[in-house]
Write a protein that binds this ligand. Structure first.
Ligand code: LLP
Length: 432
């Protein structure tokens, strides 16, 4: 087991005491375990082994260049949603063909970037975007691989901000629009429309909606030859100690089941007369490739945010523990009411307090944990805010003119700073 562990009364990241890192770099501080990222990646690979998918790490969950390089070295591709993310990934040494570019509002200059850098797939989310991309490709004599992102009109069982497949969601093409595009795919002379993409949400609580969404998408795959089926990410992570959520292997099995049993898999119709590519896969007889786009399930539990207790006060018999991390460094609790487990870095005493753990930002919503059972803590004690590796630093801001924290990557007994703490000068650097 790699990652964060309580040993001898304090929390360690692999072979380094978190407290020592906080001494060296100060707080608030993001700390990541390389070994845990690798373990999570391999666990997903193993869970999906029967489908041998291409794995595209979802860069929005953590876009630090060092983390992207770790994933590239593992053989991962990347899912990006802006040219900025694509830029980061290319800078981290990714092969352009391993990049999938999705996003509901790609600008013309972003699409041009994708064409000029020959990104692997462009996942298109509207009919107008298809037309624009076709024109831009024609102007550049290009013919990119295009996947249609489908909005299957299925509501995932998750927080409404993380639901991307419902009736009111802005994402993807409606099934009817996708159907007419596929039936007239030849009309887009400069687009190689050969993929379908579906992602119904993040932190999915079960596989029911995923299965329903895939069934809907697979029906479309009978209309036009499809080489790639991208089933998105969303594999959940337990944030609470008692969370019970399906393992990625449960999703893998459900997906496999749909592919095996769907009466109209693309192969049977589109490739019915082509010779079977025997032995390429085990378990099912599909000839299109599967792709997945995990973010959270790879990095969430590989990262923590470390904070220092500044003040403690008692109000109406409640403890308020004010620490130096806030919604600016980790916005998930404020934005989604998300739960992040919080423990003292030196964790020797029983949890006897009930406390609100808050940050210094001038917003009532700046609460990192409400009504938490916590051991008695004092000024200067350090806290570990767990499962902060995904959508932590990537969503951090400078609100209240707070310099963003440093990030450190632990590799066994070694560690290095992968992003330095911002300074006050950084805050004003771009101002005229
Ligand atoms: N693919 C697409 C098209 C997506 O929109 C997302 C996430 C992913 C993959 C990766 O999903 P994951 O495996 O990480 O669940 N900020 C929120 C999460 C927003 C997710 C947006 N899309 C949070 O902090 O929970």
């Amino acid at each position: 087991m790699s990652g964060f562990e309580l040993r001898n009364g304090q929390w360690w990241c692999d072979q380094i005491a978190v407290d020592a890192l906080a001494d060296e770099y100060g707080t608030p501080l993001y700390v990541y375990s390389r070994a845990r990222i690798e373990e999570n990646y391999r666990r997903l690979q193993y869970a999906f082994k029967a489908l041998t998918p291409r794995i595209h790490f979802s860069v929005k969950s953590n876009s630090n260049g060092a983390i992207l390089r770790v994933l590239r070295e593992l053989g991962s591709g990347f899912d990006v949603v802006s040219a900025g993310e694509a830029y980061r990934v290319l800078r981290a040494g990714a092969v352009p063909a391993s990049i999938v570019f999705a996003g509901v509002g790609k600008t013309e200059s972003e699409l041009a970037f994708a064409l000029e850098h020959h990104l692997g797939w462009i996942n298109v989310e509207s009919v107008q975007e298809l037309e624009v991309l076709n024109r831009l490709a024609n102007e550049r004599n290009a013919k990119p691989q295009v996947a249609l992102r489908i909005n299957p009109q299925i509501e995932a069982d998750t927080h409404h901000h993380m639901n991307t497949g419902g009736h009111r969601s802005k994402f993807g093409l409606d099934v009817d629009d996708a159907r007419s595009v596929l039936l007239q795919a030849g009309q887009y002379l400069n687009l190689d429309i050969a993929g379908l993409h579906v992602h119904i949400g993040s932190q999915l609580a079960n596989t029911v909606e995923t299965v329903a969404a895939l069934q809907r998408v697979l029906e479309l795959a009978t209309l036009h030859p499809i080489r790639n089926l991208d089933i998105g990410g969303g594999f959940p992570v337990p944030y609470r100690p008692d969370d019970e959520l399906p393992d990625p292997s449960v999703f893998a099995e459900a997906v496999q089941q749909v592919l095996q049993t769907h009466p109209s898999t693309p192969l049977r119709s589109a490739h019915a007369v082509s010779p079977p590519e025997a032995g390429r896969r085990t378990g099912w007889d599909a000839r299109f490739e599967i792709a997945i786009e995990p973010g959270r399930s790879i990095v969430a539990d590989a990262g923590v945010l470390v904070a220092t207790v500044q003040y403690i006060k008692v109000r109406a018999s409640r403890r308020i523990v004010v620490c130096d991390a806030s919604m600016a460094e980790l916005i998930r609790p404020a934005l989604y009411d998300a739960y992040h487990h919080i423990v003292p870095v030196k964790d020797t005493k029983p949890s006897t307090l009930v406390a609100d753990i808050v940050g210094p930002v001038c917003e009532t919503g700046d609460t990192l944990g409400a009504d938490r059972e916590l051991a008695e803590v004092a000024r200067g004690d350090r806290l570990l805010i767990m499962n902060a590796g995904a959508y932590g630093m990537s969503m951090a801001s400078n609100y209240n003119s707070r310099p963003r924290p440093a990030e450190v990557l632990v590799e066994g007994r070694y560690h290095h700073q992968i992003r330095r703490r911002e300074t006050w000068a950084d805050l004003v650097r771009l101002e005229e």
